[in-house]
Design a binder for this molecule. Structure first.
Ligand code: 4AD
Ligand code: MG
Length: 459
């Protein structure tokens, strides 16, 4: 048996046909049914593409008797001929010879009509991929995922699978989900737990990624990460996917250059590889999307140091909800002002105050800042955060002590500085933030199949 027999032609393939074809079989879910005296018109979709296929069922056919049972949401299989369609806006339609009802759907099917709000559709995450919006989002998610692998693989990067369960807190922010088999309320010691020590879901694969960069050179991870941060915003999820490249012999400038090229590559992939979805998003989600993405490709990304950023915010004449103070983190409102109003495009902010950043970032000679960078885009703010890593053994040790990290717990990490230490750098790109940027969808809950946010983890 050939693979092609296992996988019958999808509607995407049928709709792209160069010529009429006799005797084909199409399968899909019914979007709409319309009956006239002479025939019934069914629109079916199979998820392979945005467009549906119109099926015409002659009322004289024996299978026409099935029509009253074929309601929106039902699944059917149709044998017939692909013929030129007289209707506007579609090249082909399927003239049915035989229709088989695979699975009925009754009037309780929630997607009877278009126009449900994303908020309502979130409550039926198991059905929302069948809608236009979410079908488009998740087809784009798949293609972007592939484009990310392609970008790194084309440049000789190796994909490393870092652990999901870990005993280290990379970001030191204490936003860890505990992994334990101990019973709730038990007085057992951590040593009696499954791993013999406290373990957590990873917040980042970076530290383990560094060990592989210091062996294979250029590597990347692409996996789920977890943060128990109690922020109910449109840009934060408790479970999200992150792409984390780590490059031996890179400094901060090289890191920023790669991050910019990465974003540009993915924007180009969106424009070139997802034209149907882009057209939809531009029409129904964000009217400036295509223009903004094209602009991203043509305009060079800007770079501004943190100190310059603070200055320009202070001079902006704006009154922000959070005051602008050198030494404190930039808030979303600050980031968005810089990206949307000052630069009007993507911008990387670099050299942040040491005090607000994790222990692993490389200390700059000024003693006050570290070689960190955040790439911000209009509409979202930060989509990438990265840094050059501290490769000097003594400086790293001092930073660890300052952050209250025990060297015994991170001995393996310190070893990288003890044995053949090299300058290296990397970053993390939030996959959902990237998807929000390329689709214009403004809530992170709508670009991930099953969103996990505080108080919310059905499925
Ligand atoms: O800036 P972050 O915290 O950096 C790190 O975790 C580094 N260890 C990465 C590295 O250097 N290898 O997170 C990186 C990116 C952010 O820029 C953001 O896009 C995304 O991850 N991110 C989130 N996305 C959704 N929900 C959250 N709660 C997120 N937290 C971070
Ligand atoms: Mg960050």
């Amino acid at each position: 048996m050939h693979l092609s027999d296992l996988m019958p032609e999808t509607l995407r393939q049928l709709l792209a046909s160069e010529s009429a074809v006799t005797s084909i079989t199409a399968r899909g879910w019914v979007r709409t049914r319309r009956d006239s005296k002479a025939c019934s018109f069914l629109e079916i979709t199979d998820g392979s593409c945005f467009k549906g296929l119109q099926v015409v069922v002659d009322a004289a056919l024996p299978c026409a008797e099935l029509m009253p049972r074929i309601l929106t949401g039902a699944s059917i299989e149709v044998d017939g001929d692909l013929v030129a369609s007289p209707a506007a806006g579609q090249k082909w339609e399927l003239q049915a010879r035989e229709v088989r009802l695979l699975g009925e759907a009754d009037a309780t099917y929630p997607l009877q009509k278009k126009g449900h709000t994303p908020e309502f559709l979130r409550t039926i995450s198991h059905l929302r991929p069948r809608t236009n919006l979410f079908g488009n989002v998740f087809r784009v998610r798949s293609r972007m995922s592939f484009a990310i692998h392609r970008f790194f693989q084309e440049q000789g990067f190796f994909h490393v699978h870092t652990p999901v369960i870990t005993s280290s807190d990379c970001e030191g922010a204490g936003e860890l989900f505990r992994v334990t088999t101990l019973k709730q309320g038990s007085n057992a010691k951590p040593e009696e737990d499954f791993f013999g020590r406290p373990t957590y879901l990873t917040v980042s694969g970076q530290l383990q990624g560094e060990t592989f960069a210091c062996a294979l050179g250029n590597i990347y991870t692409f996996g789920p990460t977890f943060r128990a941060e109690n922020s109910n915003t449109a840009r934060h999820a408790a479970e999200f996917w992150m792409i984390e490249p780590e490059m031996a012999f890179y400094d901060l400038a090289a890191d920023m250059t790669l991050a910019e090229a990465n974003v540009r590559y993915l924007v180009k992939a969106m424009l070139e590889e997802c034209p149907e979805e882009l057209e939809f998003f531009n029409k129904f989600v964000d009217k400036d999307l295509t223009a903004r993405l094209q602009h991203t490709l043509t305009k060079p990304f800007e770079r501004i140091s943190y100190t310059e950023a603070v200055d320009l915010l202070l001079k902006s004449g704006r009154s922000f909800e959070h005051p602008v103070v050198w030494g404190e983190g930039l808030q979303t409102e600050h980031e968005r002002y810089i990206a949307e109003e000052h630069v009007k495009g993507p911008v990387t902010i670099y050299n942040y105050p040491k005090a607000i950043k994790p222990f692993y970032m490389r200390q700059n000679d000024d003693g006050k800042t570290v070689a960190a960078m955040d790439l911000l885009v209009p509409g979202i703010g930060e989509i990438i955060g990265g840094s050059q890593r501290e490769e000097r053994l003594d400086v790293l040790r001092a930073a660890m002590e300052h952050h209250g990290l025990s060297e015994a717990d991170y001995q393996w990490y310190v070893d990288l500085r003890r044995y053949g230490s090299v300058p290296h750098a990397g970053y993390g790109m939030g996959f959902e933030r990237l998807l929000m940027f390329v689709t214009g969808v403004s809530n992170i809950r709508d670009v991930i199949p099953f969103a996990r946010t505080p108080g919310h983890a059905p499925y």
